[in-house]
Unconditional design. Structure first.
Length: 294
């Protein structure tokens, strides 16, 4: 019971299964079972308390808000092949569509409760947070050129080992000519690089971390400005990389404005709602609780 409102074992179990799906967990290890169950318990208590607050404040979803919720769920269903397929997917993972809908309805209701219980967050407040925490929005970017020698055909099928061996040998010969000063990087790139982006990005690619394939990114970020890498291999070929420049840039306010807004809203949730969750009067059927396993 949460402030006298019953939470049935079947419902709790389905919510637990929903969080497993949401977190991409196929199963929960035995040593993590109690921690996971208690995490879901706190979430369920929060759901019930927010619904009770909404009832006290006469907050309900409007017809339009309910329709928008249905439309969002319909998008998920379409991605799964339709309503029936989505329901079957939920059922296979131990969640009824009714419980899934109730959880999504809660998230929408939670947002409305927060709107009523907290003052509007102004753009000035958002910008002040941005200025006060500007270091959080500092990111490093690099510009790098590459000479790329393919080891797969146009269909993505790898060449024979003997061909790959010759291509690696050729890439090392190119690198040797660049490092000896016999040829420039740009000349070798123009003559031999099989990079499909060479024409579109003659000055190189500018990117931050997480934006390129790992071997290219890791190699480029490890170089000094003007330094040429060794020959490095990816699943598609061999790369020789030149670091053109390195930058430290602040993410523009407009790009992070929505993230800051959501962060401040969540902070206000914990200020306004979390104390009521902590004060909730909880009664357990201990035997039933002990029988629940993730």
């Amino acid at each position: 019971l949460v402030n006298g409102q019953p939470v049935r074992v079947n419902y709790f179990t389905e919510v637990m299964n929903y969080y497993k799906i949401n977190m991409g967990m196929a199963s929960v290890e035995d040593e993590d079972a109690d921690d996971f169950k208690n995490y879901v318990l706190k979430e369920v208590i929060g759901m019930e308390v927010v619904r009770q607050i909404a009832d006290d404040l006469s907050i309900k979803l409007t017809t339009t808000e309910s329709r928008l919720l249905d439309e969002r769920i319909a998008l998920y269903e379409n991605n799964m092949g339709g309503h029936d397929e989505f329901v079957a997917y939920l059922s296979k993972n131990g969640v009824s569509f009714e419980t899934y809908y109730k959880i999504q309805e809660y998230f929408a209701l939670r947002s409305k409760v927060l709107d009523v219980m907290t003052d509007e967050i102004t753009t000035d407040e958002l910008y002040k947070y941005y200025l006060d925490n500007k270091k959080m929005y500092l990111s490093e970017k690099v510009t790098a050129k590459q000479i790329f020698i393919r080891t797969v055909d146009e269909a993505g099928m790898p060449y024979a080992d003997s061909v790959v061996y010759e291509k690696k040998k050729f890439a090392n010969e190119i690198l040797e000519k660049i490092r000896s000063g016999e040829e420039t990087f740009d000349d070798m790139m123009e003559k031999y690089s099989q990079d499909p982006g060479k024409m579109s990005y003659p000055g190189g690619y500018t990117f931050g971390k997480g934006e390129m394939i790992p071997v290219f990114e890791e190699t480029a970020f490890a170089l000094e400005k003007g330094q040429v890498s060794d020959v490095v291999e990816s699943e598609n070929g061999f790369h020789i990389i030149l670091l053109v420049d390195r930058y430290k840039l602040y993410e523009p306010f407009e790009n992070v404005k929505e993230d800051i807004y959501n962060k401040l809203r969540n902070e206000r949730y914990y200020i306004e709602v979390e104390p009521q969750i902590q004060k909730a009067y909880i009664i357990f059927n201990q035997e039933k609780w002990d029988s629940i396993r993730p």
